[in-house]
Design a binder for this molecule. Structure first.
Ligand code: HEM
Length: 508
């Protein structure tokens, strides 16, 4: 054998031995690093005789590769194989289903992922232990409820919940939105073919502008619609403030929106001053005026910045989520003719009783089947598939494990709503399942705890109104019924859901 042959053999042997070792080191190194850091913390705590005693271990799981953690694996499930429940299912298989919490590393942070009803509730209902942490808080409004914590959050939330649920605002919704919905549906039928996502967004935005700020459709509201789309695109994007990034664009959009609402606020204040000097009444009857006028028990009002930041954020919270829900309702109904027929019967009977196609809040509360369709749509749509928190003050112990201080906690709401333990045949659209209430704690579509969605009644109302007019007067057909679904940031058919749309031939 010549020297050259030996060299090759040597290199080959090294490669055979070293590459797997390197792969192993990269794969397990990150996990070992976090385990070691945690073990050190436990030891230190024991040495200092902490009153909390010995810390339980980290939840089972794996921290993935350095820096990226398991983000790529998660994106692979969501974006490549389009199986969003596969990521959690793999963890449940590997580490045990009953654990309900797993360690991982997602979106640049060490993370505990929680996915059982009780564990989710524990996290969402312990605001003192788990705080809020958005990648770009300024996009949600620094003075808005989304970013506020503790007593500040309680105070602002009190204002918003009261403004949203006062009969003056909620009761008027059906009245102000229906003409807009009816006009939109007529225009869709005139077109014959529509891209449902675009059209639904447009009409829902018009409705929300009307309800929240009494703004009629105009070139300005069209621009605002585009700014909101830009803002939404940046909320979960990498917070890189460089020209051309989604984050940078979203910041510009937020600034423009704040300016529009600031001007509106100034205009209203001037008008209110001149009205009161003339002994007149406030002439707006919408959410913004509710927020401007309301006082807490000490007689304090929200500051101008708080009003503006919150109203911009409320439109943000309400607009995209309700539009998605309406789109999914139309999508499932197109695929479930029996459900649509029952929905149509109930809504037609209501209109006949009233001798009018326009309904009000009380009528909606009487339509039991419609309510089931709404609940089933929201469950299946999983519009907020997950919410996140961060452990603030201390390590948190729960269920025999430790959630370390400073770690991100991702509450995987979606996995509850697609689990057959809680919902039989969970991926089938079946409104009748709501004939019985779901098991306690297994419906978390609007969250749980002190940040439960304050817009839940409003969105149910808006969806019901859309369903009433859709089912009464129209029929539609998906042009691409097998379109793939994008699951990030929230589930949506990739093609915007083109559909053939026409007036019902039986309509009188
Ligand atoms: C089907 C429609 C909707 C769904 C599925 C939904 C879902 C959620 C979820 C899961 C949360 C909890 C987030 C957390 O715990 O961190 C939430 C919070 C929130 N939602 Fe909604 N939402 C919907 C409609 C709306 C509407 C119409 C509005 C506006 C009126 C709205 C405004 C908000 C706000 C402001 C928060 C933050 C509450 C707080 O931090 O205290 N949402 N939503």
């Amino acid at each position: 054998m010549q020297v050259g042959d030996w060299t090759w053999t040597w290199w080959f042997g090294l490669l055979l031995g070293a590459v797997p070792l390197l792969v192993l080191a990269v794969w397990d190194g990150n996990d070992a690093f976090y385990q070691a850091a945690f073990a050190l913390r436990r030891r230190r705590r024991r040495q200092h005789g902490s009153s909390h005693g010995k810390l339980p271990p980290l939840p089972p799981g794996h921290m993935g590769i350095p820096l990226l953690g398991e983000t790529v694996a998660m994106l692979w499930y969501f974006k490549v194989i389009r199986c969003p429940d596969g990521f959690i299912a793999a963890k449940k298989r590997k580490y045990g289903e009953g654990v309900g919490m797993y360690r991982t590393h997602l979106f640049g942070s060490p993370t505990i992922l929680v996915c059982l009803p009780d564990v989710n509730r524990f996290v969402l209902q312990s605001p003192d232990s788990f705080g809020i942490s958005w990648p770009s808080p300024e996009l949600l409004g620094l003075a808005s409820m989304f970013n506020a914590e503790g007593s500040k959050h309680t105070r602002i939330r009190g204002f918003i919940v009261a403004a949203l649920s006062q009969p003056k605002s909620l009761g008027n919704i059906a009245r102000v939105t229906q003409p807009r919905v009816v006009a939109a549906l007529q225009s869709w039928a005139a077109k014959g073919t529509i891209v449902a996502r675009t059209e639904i967004r447009k009409v829902m935005f018009e409705c929300i502008c009307e309800i929240f700020i009494s703004m009629k459709p105009s070139p300005l509201t069209e621009k605002m619609n585009k700014w909101y789309v830009g803002l939404i695109g940046g909320i979960r994007a990498l917070p890189l403030d460089l020209p051309g990034t989604s984050h940078n664009h979203a910041r510009k959009c937020r600034r423009k929106l704040n300016m529009v609402f600031q001007e509106e606020l100034e205009k209203r204040k001037k008008r209110a001053n001149s009205n009161s000097s003339l002994g007149g009444e406030e002439d707006y009857d919408d959410l913004m005026s509710g927020l401007m006028q309301m006082e807490d028990e000490r007689g304090m009002k929200l500051s101008d910045d708080e009003v503006v930041d919150n109203i911009v954020s409320l439109v943000l919270g309400g607009y995209e989520s309700t539009s998605s829900a309406v789109l999914w309702a139309a999508y499932h109904l197109a695929k479930s003719p029996d459900v649509l027929a029952k929905l149509r019967d109930e809504n037609a009977a209501m209109s006949q009783d009233k001798n009018s196609n326009f309904i009000d809040r009380d009528d909606i509360s009487k339509m039991k089947y419609t309510a089931k369709v709404v609940e089933e749509t929201i469950r299946m749509a999983n519009i907020s598939p997950m919410v996140s928190r961060v452990t603030r003050r201390d390590d948190i112990e729960y269920g025999g494990y430790t959630i370390p201080r400073g770690w991100q906690v991702v509450v995987w709401l979606r996995s509850i709503h697609t689990d057959e333990k809680y919902y039989t045949d969970p991926l089938t659209f079946n409104p009748d399942r709501w004939a019985k209430p779901p098991k306690a704690g297994t419906n978390q579509v609007f969250g749980a705890g002190n940040r439960t969605c304050p817009g839940n009644m409003l969105s149910r109302l808006n969806i019901s109104i859309m369903l009433h007019h859709l089912s009464l007067g129209y029929e539609w057909e998906l042009l691409n019924p097998d379109a793939e679904v994008d699951y990030i940031p929230s589930p949506m058919p990739v093609d915007g859901t083109p559909m053939a749309f026409r007036k019902l031939s039986t309509n009188t």
